[in-house]
Design a protein around this ligand. Sequence first.
Ligand SMILES: Cc1ncc(COP(=O)(O)O)c(C=O)c1O
Length: 417
Amino acid sequence: MDTVPENIARADCEGMDAADPLAQARRRFVLPDSTIYLDGNSLGALPANLPERIADVVSREWGKDLVGSWNTNGWIELPQRIGAQIAPLIGAEADQVIAADSTSVNLFKLAAAALLHQAPRRIVLSERGNFPTDLYVLQGLEHLLGGRMALRLVERDDIAGASADGVALIVLTHVHYKTGEVHDMRAITKAAHDAGALVLWDLSHSAGAMELFLDRDAADLAIGCGYKYLNGGPGAPAFLYVARRHQEKLHQPLSGWMGHAAPFDFADHYAPAPGIARQLCGTPAVLSMAALAEGLATFEGIAMAAVREKSKRLGDLFLDLLEQRCPDAGFEIACPRDADRRGSQVALRHPHGYEIVQALIARHVIGDFRAPDILRFGFAPLYSRYVDVWDAVDRLAAIMADASWREGRFGIRAAVT
Ligand SMILES: Cc1ncc(COP(=O)(O)O)c(C=O)c1O
């Protein structure tokens, strides 16, 4: 990192944007002029080409070509084609990645398959405070499998020590959804392998924002969201990764017809498809898959090293400005200060975090709140600008200075925070 000047002016940030090698990528998105969008870690912005592409899929591929589109417009290959688009973003060769289902469902499929493969080992290790769906799915699996699985939750710092203990599978989120802390994928994977365990990574907050090296780091299994940094739209299909060396050994339990070796033979007995395709279950959601493909097209020609570099700089800038502009506002920095240990977001703790986020939204700065007290601001390097960070902190400073967040309307809780 360059050293940041003591008092950062808006003009400094304009200069950073002018020198930004990724600045042109912002044109690939539709963003409302007046909005500062720092929530791409929750829902990526709309890719500019997406509406036209979806209109074409609907009116031509569906409307005119009808059912023939499964062949003529390649609908049936969408999971593999999108997997191949995701692969370079996560440091994987294409035949190990596929788009399917949701992150939660993919977690179920891979955790169950890995655990049964690792029998008689039965311990699944995860982190206290991991994203709820990861913990809930593992709890559901434990219930289903009875004595064949025991979920063990430990504190983040105890994972390395606990993995030596006859563990079958470790399930971790690479970038923590609240604090943005990054796990050392390579070191944890190595320690797990030395102890005979497999690791399943949730890449929801990493894919599209961080450089990832799944193949280099000898990763076993991974899952992740399509609607965050991959810009696939609300509820977009998720993806999963299975290292080639595991593909033929894992029997995923949602053995639907799309994962069959020959779905259109309509045989009575399940025979898994070779390779990654056996991870499919049912019919792909074509409209959502087409949207995800457009989301991923926004990464064309973009080097993930440049994405990561900008993401670190945006986070550092936010924290530097916060310290400069709001030193006495009662914020505690809840993410690592060291950019190498932080994902593409900053997290602040404040007892009135919800109200402050609402007051910011009223001033057109979109971040989000995670109970009980975390304010999150995410940076999507393809479209987040340095001036956006400056303006966001400027408005945050104003809200704290005039205490306008105390207005009653900002305390009304919505269903989604
Ligand atoms: C780490 C992590 N895993 C999974 C999910 C969501 O999974 P799903 O798309 O199945 O709801 C999220 C959503 O924010 C997440 O942050």
